[in-house]
Design a binder for this molecule. Structure first.
Ligand SMILES: NC(=O)C1=CN([C@@H]2O[C@H](COP(=O)(O)OP(=O)(O)OC[C@H]3O[C@@H](n4cnc5c(N)ncnc54)[C@H](O)[C@@H]3O)[C@@H](O)[C@H]2O)C=CC1
Ligand SMILES: O=C(O)C1=NCCCC1
Length: 318
């Protein structure tokens, strides 16, 4: 094939249900652990990922992010575009609209375009689960999820799959949303109408809201608990209050990303203790006995390894 035909070869398009069918947590978790570790190594030159570019869409109460990544040792070039809207819950439209592009790094042509919703839900939940494996207290019995949207579902799926909790609690801004969530997921859930009551005594708390104001307060949190803070991905958004941010040991996925995007970190001026990848490669410790916060923002490299898993599976199915 000459280069003109190669450039013109049509990319494959993989729909959401196809992507979902090819993406399993069992395969995703080790790949994410590997890439987070490589990203955080001080001698890393192999994993290139700028902080995402974001265009605010004020008129539509949303934003769009562009998330490119290149993983040299796998010659894997990928970009995700992701738009996030604070939808009126009554519209029942997904808040996240994502598309992942895989490229041929030698020529820059697109080889696959895939719906990015399932990749975004699963890889985010899988990274939170990795943080919990490393940082949650040894005898964690109670899991509490604040926010009952799409990310709450994927987080529930993976947390109940790989850990065993005595109790799983949920609370959302509106009681009906939490009740709908409880009816949708497979497994027992206790629905709370008060976030303060829901987090009381919880060993691990996941915040997956679209709130721009704190939803979790330090005075409610059991000392030694682990918090995976997944929402508040804009510098002017918050999920956690100042007291919690000041009292906890703060872990992030990317220090650079956190310095630009994490309202909870930027507005409190707290120091980041470690990247998750540094803990994975052993250059920073996991302080399990302290109250810990993992501030998640999401990374292009996470999408890239997930997209490669999907593409390889699709290819071998042809
Ligand atoms: N860290 C990461 O890698 C990623 C983070 N996100 C962020 O995660 C968050 C959740 O995303 P989705 O689940 O897709 O959104 P969604 O719109 O499906 O769900 C958001 C939920 O938060 C609830 N909520 C809002 N204010 C609340 C409050 N004060 N207390 C309790 N619940 C409240 C809403 O009722 C809704 O159930 C968003 O902020 C999004 O930007 C999304 C993708 C990746
Ligand atoms: O990593 C992602 O994907 C996202 N992070 C923040 C909010 C939108 C999607």
């Amino acid at each position: 094939m000459d280069w003109r035909r190669k450039m013109a070869a049509e990319p494959v398009f993989l729909r959401d249900d196809v992507v979902a069918g090819f993406l399993s947590y069992d395969e995703l978790i080790p790949r994410l652990e590997e890439i987070l570790g490589k990203f955080s190594r001080s001698d890393n030159t192999d994993v290139v990922q700028p902080v995402r570019s974001v265009i605010p869409l004020h008129q539509h109460n949303g934003f769009m992010g562009l998330m490119p990544a290149y993983i040299a040792y796998e010659d894997l070039l990928c970009t995700k575009t992701v738009a996030f809207y604070r939808r009126n819950e009554n519209l029942h439209l997904p808040s996240t609209q994502a598309t992942v592009f895989l490229f041929n790094p030698a020529c820059g042509n697109v080889i696959a375009v895939m719906d990015g919703a399932d990749i975004t839900f699963k890889r985010t939940a899988a990274v939170s689960a990795i943080s919990a494996k490393l940082l949650m207290p040894a005898q964690a019995e109670i899991l509490c999820i604040l926010g009952c949207g799409h990310q709450a579902v994927s987080h529930y799926e993976i947390f109940t799959k790989i850990f065993s909790f005595k109790e799983v609690r949920v609370c959302s801004r509106r009681l009906e949303t939490a009740e709908r969530f409880a009816a949708r997921v497979q497994g027992p859930v206790k629905v709370f109408s008060s976030a303060k009551e829901a987090v009381h005594g919880a060993d691990i708390i996941i915040t997956v809201t679209n709130s721009s104001q704190p939803v979790l307060f330090g005075e409610w949190v059991k000392p030694g608990a682990h918090i995976a803070a997944v929402g508040a991905c804009r510098p002017d958004w918050r999920e956690l209050d100042d007291a919690l941010m000041r009292d906890a040991v703060i872990y992030v996925d990317s220090r650079h990303g956190a310095a630009v995007e994490a309202g909870d970190i930027i507005q409190t001026g707290v120091e980041v203790f470690a990247e998750l990848g540094e803990v994975l490669v052993g250059t920073r410790p996991a302080l399990r006995n302290k109250t810990t916060v993992f501030k998640s923002l999401g990374m292009g490299i996470q999408d890239a390894v997930a997209a490669k898993l999907v593409f390889d599976k699709w290819k071998s199915s042809q």
